[in-house]
Design a protein around this ligand. Structure first.
Ligand code: ZN
Length: 480
């Protein structure tokens, strides 16, 4: 029998606010344990939460950018469970009436049709603290609780079970990741857990209208692991059914070392969260004007920008896709086009030399030492014939190393292109004398030798000879 996987994702997006969701403590990552805490996030009796307005603003941005409607009156709820990383005994989350509802994202897996993936809801909640085992100061083999992360703002983005393969899941996840980082509401750092996902996976016989029993894989924090975890889980469930077994509803953990998922707790052990509205927080009322203001302030989103690069700037689809991988990259490219024109040439440089230099040096486009205006100046120097396209790469490397303007590098290193025919003619004569054999071959009809001469002249001029002039003069002198 053939099976159809059914996948839904719940993504936790950690919001990039300076302070926590219900208190004024810092959200800085990696500080001394428990150094960023107060009575509210420590869950001390009598401490009252106060909602951070920035969190609401970020949630509205996320909702509008994923085609959700914004709930005019949304409610905070207590999700009750007892665990040492949660001193209050409950997590403040949203249950009924979350802030964003009924959205969607379109994804397109290579070679497949465009597909719309429903987003059931996006809600705001606080993160829990972190348990640390073994390496706890003052204790041999002890366990400690670090509550710096407690009360850090999260959005949980819940998709419909519309995904049908691990590839679709990864595409959807990447798209969501691109949007939240583009909006600047999440740093997107998956290793630090700023963007992590739970995957609900089930299988059903192809053609069946009834979903199978699902397993939930918790807290996967890389695109690669999501793909591996889902694929393993699909195969595990199929094997189980084929062997006459039954899939049970449970929570599972993915182990990146073995590439397998293992059971964490069954449905019987699942928490009964006993959600109820948090009496400490009033309902959140969001007026249309706030939503409208936020909508006006949204940046042009990646999909729209990609389309504009194709239709208005005439870039190939591929280039537009690459250049909208991040907002910073798209903005760098556009600033380059503004200063220079010729979008395709600027695209080639950004996707070529600049991307290569960024990768080699391990930096990012945000910290690129060559400003878009300097790249434009460099390209103008090629156009004016001051330097050749080949030398431009050398100049670019100099700019990257020193941060200097291209004019300064060209002057310092004496890289001005030589177009003076008398000078180039004398180089050619010398080379023809030194390589009389090749001259004979060329004159005897072996035209391929022409390339050899071009190479020799460029080498003798240390790459500075104007290639057009070299070609012209070589033709004349070799045939002369
Ligand atoms: Zn606090």
């Amino acid at each position: 029998m053939n099976y159809q996987p059914v996948i839904g994702l719940e993504v936790h997006v950690q919001l990039k606010t300076d302070t926590k969701i219900f208190c004024g403590c810092s959200t800085q990552f990696g500080s001394e344990p428990n150094s960023q805490t107060c009575p509210v996030c420590l869950g001390l009796p009598g401490a009252l939460p106060v909602l951070n307005k920035k969190v609401v603003e970020f949630a509205i941005k996320a909702g509008l950018s994923t085609n959700c409607s914004i709930t005019p009156r949304s409610i905070f709820a207590r999700k009750n469970y007892f665990y040492p990383d949660l001193p209050k005994g409950y997590q403040i989350s949203q249950f009924e009436d979350p802030i964003c509802q009924q959205g969607w994202l379109d994804i397109q897996v290579e070679g497949a049709e465009l597909k719309r993936i429903g987003i059931t809801r996006i809600h705001m909640e606080e993160d829990a603290g972190k348990l640390v085992h073994g390496d706890v100061s003052g204790l041999d083999d002890g366990s400690g609780v670090d509550l710096n992360r407690a009360c850090t703002p999260l959005l949980e983005v819940v998709s419909e079970p519309d995904l049908r393969s691990s590839d679709e899941a990864v595409f959807y996840l990447k798209k969501l990741h691109q949007i939240v980082t583009w909006l600047g509401i999440c740093d997107g750092n998956m290793e630090e857990g700023s963007f992590r996902c739970d995957a609900n996976v089930s299988v059903m016989p192809i053609g069946s209208g009834t979903f199978g029993t699902r397993a939930e894989i918790k807290n996967v924090n890389s695109f690669k692991f999501v793909k591996q975890a889902i694929e393993y889980e699909i195969q595990r469930q199929i094997d189980l059914i084929e062997d006459g077994g039954t899939v049970v509803q449970e929570t599972r953990l993915f182990d990146p070392n073995s590439g397998k998922t293992r059971s964490m707790r069954s449905k019987e052990e699942a928490h009964d969260y006993r959600y109820f509205p948090d009496p400490d927080l009033v309902p959140l009322v969001i007026g249309d004007d706030w939503v409208e203001r936020t909508r006006q302030g949204l940046p042009e989103l990646p999909e729209k920008r990609r389309l504009r690069f194709v239709t208005e700037l005439g870039l190939p689809e591929y280039d537009a896709e690459v250049l909208t991988a991040s907002r910073a990259l798209a903005e760098y490219f556009e600033a380059g086009v503004e200063a220079y024109g010729n979008p395709k040439l600027v695209a080639n440089w950004v996707m070529g030399e600049i991307t290569r230099a960024i990768n080699d040096s391990g930096t990012s486009i945000e910290n690129c030492p060559v400003a878009p205006s300097q790249l434009a100046d460099l390209l103008k120097m090629i156009d004016s014939g001051t330097i050749s396209g080949k030398i431009a790469k050398t100049v670019f490397d100099g700019m990257w190393q020193s941060g200097k303007a291209p004019q300064a590098i060209v002057e310092e290193q004496g890289l001005v292109q030589v177009s003076d025919s008398t000078h180039i003619e004398s180089i050619i004569s010398e080379i023809m004398t030194a390589n009389s054999g090749q001259v004979e071959e060329y004159r005897g009809g072996k035209e391929k030798v022409f390339g050899f001469f071009v190479g020799q002249v460029m080498k003798a001029s240390r790459g500075k000879a104007n290639p057009t002039v070299v070609n012209e003069l070589l033709l004349k002198m070799l045939n002369g």
